[in-house]
Ligand binder design. Structure first.
Ligand code: IMP
Ligand code: MG
Length: 216
Protein backbone atom coordinates (compact mmCIF):
# COMPACT_ATOMS: atom_id res chain seq x y z
CA UNK A 1 0.00 0.00 0.00
CA UNK A 2 1.56 3.29 -1.05
CA UNK A 3 1.67 6.32 1.16
CA UNK A 4 -0.82 8.18 -0.97
CA UNK A 5 -3.24 5.31 -0.88
CA UNK A 6 -3.12 4.91 2.88
CA UNK A 7 -3.78 8.57 3.45
CA UNK A 8 -7.42 9.11 2.40
CA UNK A 9 -10.73 8.31 4.07
CA UNK A 10 -10.81 10.15 7.38
CA UNK A 11 -13.54 9.42 9.88
CA UNK A 12 -17.10 9.87 8.76
CA UNK A 13 -18.04 12.80 10.91
CA UNK A 14 -15.20 14.99 9.69
CA UNK A 15 -16.22 18.53 8.78
CA UNK A 16 -16.62 19.41 5.10
CA UNK A 17 -13.85 20.98 3.07
CA UNK A 18 -13.33 24.61 3.89
CA UNK A 19 -12.36 25.67 0.37
CA UNK A 20 -15.33 26.17 -1.95
CA UNK A 21 -13.18 26.64 -5.10
CA UNK A 22 -13.06 24.58 -8.29
CA UNK A 23 -12.58 20.93 -7.24
CA UNK A 24 -10.58 20.28 -10.40
CA UNK A 25 -7.83 22.47 -8.97
CA UNK A 26 -7.28 19.83 -6.24
CA UNK A 27 -6.19 17.34 -8.90
CA UNK A 28 -2.47 16.68 -9.23
CA UNK A 29 -2.59 14.61 -12.38
CA UNK A 30 -5.27 13.38 -14.75
CA UNK A 31 -4.93 9.65 -15.34
CA UNK A 32 -7.80 9.23 -17.81
CA UNK A 33 -9.33 12.16 -19.67
CA UNK A 34 -13.01 12.48 -20.50
CA UNK A 35 -12.18 11.53 -24.10
CA UNK A 36 -10.22 8.42 -23.08
CA UNK A 37 -13.04 7.30 -20.79
CA UNK A 38 -15.69 7.87 -23.47
CA UNK A 39 -13.68 5.88 -26.00
CA UNK A 40 -13.07 2.96 -23.64
CA UNK A 41 -16.69 2.88 -22.42
CA UNK A 42 -17.74 2.72 -26.09
CA UNK A 43 -15.45 -0.27 -26.64
CA UNK A 44 -16.84 -2.06 -23.60
CA UNK A 45 -20.36 -1.30 -24.81
CA UNK A 46 -19.58 -2.78 -28.22
CA UNK A 47 -18.16 -5.95 -26.63
CA UNK A 48 -21.19 -6.37 -24.36
CA UNK A 49 -23.56 -5.70 -27.27
CA UNK A 50 -21.88 -8.52 -29.23
CA UNK A 51 -21.80 -10.95 -26.29
CA UNK A 52 -25.42 -10.40 -25.23
CA UNK A 53 -27.01 -10.26 -28.69
CA UNK A 54 -30.55 -11.64 -28.54
CA UNK A 55 -30.76 -11.20 -24.77
CA UNK A 56 -31.99 -8.44 -22.48
CA UNK A 57 -29.44 -8.20 -19.68
CA UNK A 58 -29.99 -6.58 -16.32
CA UNK A 59 -27.24 -4.18 -15.22
CA UNK A 60 -26.81 -4.00 -11.48
CA UNK A 61 -24.77 -1.35 -9.69
CA UNK A 62 -23.90 -0.41 -6.17
CA UNK A 63 -24.64 3.17 -5.19
CA UNK A 64 -23.03 5.56 -5.61
CA UNK A 65 -19.65 5.25 -7.28
CA UNK A 66 -20.59 3.09 -10.27
CA UNK A 67 -23.60 5.17 -11.31
CA UNK A 68 -21.61 7.46 -13.62
CA UNK A 69 -20.08 4.49 -15.44
CA UNK A 70 -23.39 2.59 -15.56
CA UNK A 71 -25.30 5.42 -17.23
CA UNK A 72 -22.62 5.93 -19.89
CA UNK A 73 -22.10 2.20 -20.44
CA UNK A 74 -25.78 1.42 -20.93
CA UNK A 75 -26.09 4.30 -23.40
CA UNK A 76 -23.33 2.64 -25.44
CA UNK A 77 -25.35 -0.59 -25.76
CA UNK A 78 -27.50 -1.66 -28.68
CA UNK A 79 -29.56 -4.04 -26.59
CA UNK A 80 -32.77 -3.95 -24.58
CA UNK A 81 -31.45 -3.35 -21.06
CA UNK A 82 -32.72 -2.81 -17.54
CA UNK A 83 -30.85 -1.25 -14.65
CA UNK A 84 -31.21 -1.71 -10.91
CA UNK A 85 -29.34 -0.63 -7.80
CA UNK A 86 -28.17 -1.86 -4.44
CA UNK A 87 -26.81 0.19 -1.57
CA UNK A 88 -24.42 -1.16 1.01
CA UNK A 89 -22.70 -0.05 4.14
CA UNK A 90 -19.62 -1.63 5.60
CA UNK A 91 -19.00 -3.11 9.00
CA UNK A 92 -15.94 -0.89 9.34
CA UNK A 93 -12.77 -2.89 9.71
CA UNK A 94 -14.59 -6.16 9.19
CA UNK A 95 -15.05 -5.30 5.54
CA UNK A 96 -11.34 -4.93 4.98
CA UNK A 97 -10.85 -8.48 6.22
CA UNK A 98 -13.91 -10.30 4.97
CA UNK A 99 -15.73 -8.10 2.46
CA UNK A 100 -18.87 -8.51 4.53
CA UNK A 101 -21.18 -5.59 3.94
CA UNK A 102 -24.69 -4.82 5.11
CA UNK A 103 -27.27 -4.36 2.38
CA UNK A 104 -29.21 -1.17 3.02
CA UNK A 105 -31.06 -1.23 -0.28
CA UNK A 106 -31.76 -4.43 -2.17
CA UNK A 107 -32.61 -4.78 -5.85
CA UNK A 108 -36.18 -3.95 -6.86
CA UNK A 109 -36.40 -6.79 -9.38
CA UNK A 110 -36.06 -10.55 -9.20
CA UNK A 111 -32.96 -11.82 -10.96
CA UNK A 112 -33.77 -15.52 -11.15
CA UNK A 113 -33.24 -16.63 -14.74
CA UNK A 114 -31.93 -13.21 -15.80
CA UNK A 115 -28.61 -12.40 -17.44
CA UNK A 116 -27.06 -10.11 -14.88
CA UNK A 117 -24.04 -7.84 -15.26
CA UNK A 118 -22.62 -6.40 -12.03
CA UNK A 119 -21.21 -2.99 -12.91
CA UNK A 120 -18.43 -1.65 -10.67
CA UNK A 121 -16.46 1.59 -10.69
CA UNK A 122 -13.26 0.04 -9.34
CA UNK A 123 -12.25 -3.37 -8.06
CA UNK A 124 -9.56 -3.04 -5.46
CA UNK A 125 -9.26 -5.86 -2.94
CA UNK A 126 -12.17 -7.53 -4.72
CA UNK A 127 -13.87 -8.31 -1.42
CA UNK A 128 -16.95 -6.17 -2.06
CA UNK A 129 -17.49 -7.56 -5.55
CA UNK A 130 -16.91 -11.09 -4.26
CA UNK A 131 -19.51 -10.64 -1.55
CA UNK A 132 -22.04 -9.18 -4.00
CA UNK A 133 -21.42 -11.98 -6.50
CA UNK A 134 -22.18 -14.61 -3.85
CA UNK A 135 -25.32 -12.74 -2.84
CA UNK A 136 -26.55 -12.48 -6.44
CA UNK A 137 -25.51 -16.02 -7.41
CA UNK A 138 -27.66 -17.41 -4.60
CA UNK A 139 -30.71 -16.06 -6.46
CA UNK A 140 -29.99 -18.28 -9.49
CA UNK A 141 -29.52 -15.84 -12.36
CA UNK A 142 -29.12 -17.40 -15.83
CA UNK A 143 -25.69 -15.79 -15.97
CA UNK A 144 -23.67 -13.36 -13.86
CA UNK A 145 -20.66 -11.37 -15.00
CA UNK A 146 -18.61 -8.43 -13.74
CA UNK A 147 -17.94 -5.27 -15.71
CA UNK A 148 -15.62 -2.81 -13.98
CA UNK A 149 -14.27 0.44 -15.34
CA UNK A 150 -11.11 0.26 -13.25
CA UNK A 151 -9.12 -2.67 -11.96
CA UNK A 152 -6.35 -2.33 -9.38
CA UNK A 153 -4.93 -5.86 -9.24
CA UNK A 154 -2.01 -5.03 -6.95
CA UNK A 155 -4.22 -4.88 -3.87
CA UNK A 156 -6.37 -7.86 -4.74
CA UNK A 157 -7.18 -10.17 -1.83
CA UNK A 158 -9.85 -12.24 -3.55
CA UNK A 159 -7.61 -13.79 -6.20
CA UNK A 160 -10.35 -15.88 -7.79
CA UNK A 161 -12.46 -12.98 -8.98
CA UNK A 162 -13.30 -13.41 -12.67
CA UNK A 163 -13.65 -10.03 -14.40
CA UNK A 164 -15.38 -10.37 -17.78
CA UNK A 165 -15.06 -6.71 -18.83
CA UNK A 166 -12.53 -4.17 -17.60
CA UNK A 167 -11.87 -0.65 -18.77
CA UNK A 168 -8.43 0.20 -17.43
CA UNK A 169 -5.86 -1.25 -15.07
CA UNK A 170 -4.83 1.41 -12.54
CA UNK A 171 -1.81 1.91 -10.27
CA UNK A 172 -1.78 1.79 -6.49
CA UNK A 173 -2.81 5.42 -6.08
CA UNK A 174 -6.04 6.79 -4.65
CA UNK A 175 -8.21 8.10 -7.49
CA UNK A 176 -11.17 10.45 -7.75
CA UNK A 177 -13.59 11.51 -10.46
CA UNK A 178 -16.10 9.84 -12.77
CA UNK A 179 -17.93 8.42 -9.75
CA UNK A 180 -14.98 7.90 -7.41
CA UNK A 181 -15.06 10.08 -4.33
CA UNK A 182 -12.91 11.35 -1.55
CA UNK A 183 -15.22 12.14 1.38
CA UNK A 184 -18.15 12.27 -1.05
CA UNK A 185 -16.47 14.89 -3.19
CA UNK A 186 -15.08 14.85 -6.73
CA UNK A 187 -17.51 12.22 -8.05
CA UNK A 188 -18.80 14.62 -10.68
CA UNK A 189 -15.43 15.34 -12.29
CA UNK A 190 -15.62 14.10 -15.90
CA UNK A 191 -12.09 12.67 -15.75
CA UNK A 192 -10.21 10.36 -13.35
CA UNK A 193 -7.23 11.74 -11.52
CA UNK A 194 -5.08 11.78 -8.42
CA UNK A 195 -5.57 14.32 -5.68
CA UNK A 196 -2.76 16.65 -4.72
CA UNK A 197 -0.82 15.36 -1.73
CA UNK A 198 -1.66 18.43 0.32
CA UNK A 199 -5.39 17.70 -0.06
CA UNK A 200 -4.87 14.18 1.29
CA UNK A 201 -2.23 15.11 3.86
CA UNK A 202 -4.49 17.76 5.39
CA UNK A 203 -7.04 15.09 6.17
CA UNK A 204 -4.85 12.08 6.81
CA UNK A 205 -5.69 9.60 9.52
CA UNK A 206 -4.01 6.25 10.05
CA UNK A 207 -5.79 3.13 8.85
CA UNK A 208 -8.58 5.14 7.31
CA UNK A 209 -8.28 3.87 3.75
CA UNK A 210 -10.81 1.06 3.78
CA UNK A 211 -12.44 1.03 7.16
CA UNK A 212 -14.29 4.30 6.82
CA UNK A 213 -15.45 3.64 3.25
CA UNK A 214 -19.11 3.27 4.06
CA UNK A 215 -20.57 3.45 0.59
CA UNK A 216 -19.24 2.29 -2.70
P1 IMP B 1 -12.86 -3.47 -2.73
O1 IMP B 1 -12.63 -4.03 -4.12
O2 IMP B 1 -13.78 -4.31 -1.90
O3 IMP B 1 -11.55 -3.21 -2.03
O4 IMP B 1 -13.60 -2.08 -2.78
C1 IMP B 1 -13.88 -1.38 -3.93
C2 IMP B 1 -14.56 -0.08 -3.51
O5 IMP B 1 -13.65 0.74 -2.75
C3 IMP B 1 -14.92 0.75 -4.73
O6 IMP B 1 -16.21 0.45 -5.21
C4 IMP B 1 -14.81 2.15 -4.19
O7 IMP B 1 -16.00 2.54 -3.53
C5 IMP B 1 -13.72 2.09 -3.15
N1 IMP B 1 -12.41 2.48 -3.73
C6 IMP B 1 -11.36 1.69 -3.99
N2 IMP B 1 -10.33 2.37 -4.52
C7 IMP B 1 -10.74 3.66 -4.61
C8 IMP B 1 -10.10 4.87 -5.10
O8 IMP B 1 -8.97 4.90 -5.58
N3 IMP B 1 -10.87 6.00 -5.02
C9 IMP B 1 -12.13 6.01 -4.52
N4 IMP B 1 -12.76 4.91 -4.07
C10 IMP B 1 -12.07 3.73 -4.11
MG1 MG C 1 -18.06 0.80 -6.11
Amino acid sequence: MSESFAAPRPSRGAPPFSTPGDPASDIQEILFSQEQITRRVGELGAAITRDYAGRAPLFVSVLKGAVFFLTDLTRALRLPVEIDFMAITSYGRARAQSGVVRLIKDLDVEITGRNVVLVEDIIDTGLTAGYLLRLLQARSPASLRICTLLDRPYRRILETLDIAYRGFEVPDRFLVGYGLDYRERYRHLPFIGMLKNEVLAAEAQPDAALAADADA
